[in-house]
Design a protein around this ligand. Structure first.
Ligand code: LLP
Length: 384
């Protein structure tokens, strides 16, 4: 379901802005929490998808943990009041400064992505007289069948420790007195809508878990990452819901009685909760093309320019109707500043309000100042 589209309330608000439907967010969080609770699965929210404070407050309230990829995100999670025992710090390039800060904040776990990082983390923990809990991020070489720019679990990707390095990794763990090895971690990509991909992941997780257990290690945590997609095409297309997603892991993952299964979901929790609301500045009718020039561009929502990502575009002023094909573009001085080409829309006019849907994940947080644009604002459904 997209964020609500009652436009009367948008008419007097200066555009562009992100409009957050906090009721829809609440509903999504509840559905996910209930579906996960049925299997006693643990959910960590991936802050990178959106670290907007209003959203984070709701997410913390529902009881989820936080999956962070920088000291800034760890700090933010602590400030918001996420339980420190539910904060994990992941990322392929954690600096010494960031590691030290996370050690000081006594977070739950570091998801470690290389053998050298294990050594550095141990050294820094020794200096502080602390013990750091670690999970090893393993690259399982499972194809996520998603856009190549958001695939992370193949041998060619920079993420995680490769299977052939695991013997050395096990030795390093044994030789690191200030590290407590608690589990294994995976994340194979984002916007995954084919559940078979997750079945394949489960098979690999089982193999790696057995490998470690055969070596005498006890794994308390199996962290299978995130990546569940959302439906950018509503009402067309069908994609898996939380229930069928968790069911796959319940069926195919070998979970020991004392083990916890952790998830790191971002997009699926917040993606549908926001639309980018923008006004038509100009209509340009060319010989070959008609353009709608909006007051929002790639600086506000970068996904189409960066990944050729599809976002549904609706003219809220004119409602339904597909009479004209337009290229829907922004004001930025780049040809890739385009939200959609040859998009069918009702005939549009200067001042019309457009919604660019499904912009709650990797939208506001990826905004940039390019062209020295004004910072993008946010408006919340419970405030207007
Ligand atoms: N865990 C790890 C280790 C990750 O790298 C990510 C996302 C997640 C969890 C959350 O994944 P999600 O559930 O949101 O798919 N900017 C791109 C997406 C990049 C995803 C990066 N990692 C986009 O706009 O599509």
């Amino acid at each position: 379901m997209f964020a609500d589209k009652d436009i009367s309330k948008f008419n007097n608000i200066e555009t562009p802005f992100y409009y957050y439907d906090t009721n829809l967010l609440q509903k999504t969080l509840r559905t996910c929490a209930d579906a996960a609770a049925a299997y006693k699965f643990h959910i960590h929210y991936a802050l990178k998808a959106n670290f907007n404070q209003v959203l984070l407050d709701q997410i913390k309230e529902i009881g989820f943990g936080a999956d962070c990829v920088s000291a800034g995100e760890v700090r933010k999670a602590v400030e918001i009041g996420f339980d420190r025992k539910k904060i994990v710090f992941a990322g392929v390039g954690k600096s010494d400064k960031e590691i030290n800060e996370a050690l000081d904040l006594d977070i739950f776990c570091f998801n470690v992505e290389s053998i050298q990082e294990l050594e550095v983390l141990n050294e820094l923990a020794v200096k502080k007289g602390k013990t750091a809990q670690v999970a090893i991020r393993i690259n399982p070489n499972v194809d996520a069948h998603t856009h190549h720019n958001i695939t992370t679990g193949l041998d060619e990707n920079k993420f995680g420790i490769n299977s052939w390095d695991l013997p050395e990794c096990a030795e390093t763990l044994k030789a690191s007195p200030n590290l407590k090895f608690i589990g294994i971690h995976f994340h194979i990509g984002s916007q995954i809508t084919n559940l078979d991909v997750y079945k394949n992941l489960c098979v690999r997780v089982n193999e790696f878990a057995k490998w470690f257990e055969d070596k005498g290690f006890t794994l308390k945590v199996l962290n299978v990452g995130g990546g569940l997609g959302i439906n950018y095409y509503e009402p067309d297309h069908q994609i898996p819901d939380f229930e069928s997603y968790f069911k796959i892991f319940n069926e195919f993952l070998d979970v020991k009685p004392d083990q916890e299964v952790h998830f790191e979901l971002g997009r699926a929790l917040v993606g549908q909760s926001a639309s980018l609301i923008t006004r038509v500045l100009y209509i340009k009718n060319g010989k070959k093309k008609n353009f709608v020039v909006l007051d929002a561009g790639m600086t506000e929502l970068m996904r189409p320019a960066l990944y050729q990502a599809y976002h549904k575009i609706e003219n809220l002023t004119r409602g339904a109707g597909n009479s004209t094909k337009y290229d829907i573009v922004g004001p930025i001085c780049e040809s890739t500043d385009c939200f959609g080409k040859e998009v069918e829309q009702p005939e549009s006019f200067r001042g019309d309000i457009f919604a660019i849907r499904s912009a709650g994940a990797y939208g506001e947080v990826m905004a940039s100042k390019y062209n020295l644009r004004d910072a993008i604002r946010s408006v919340y459904s419970n405030e207007i």
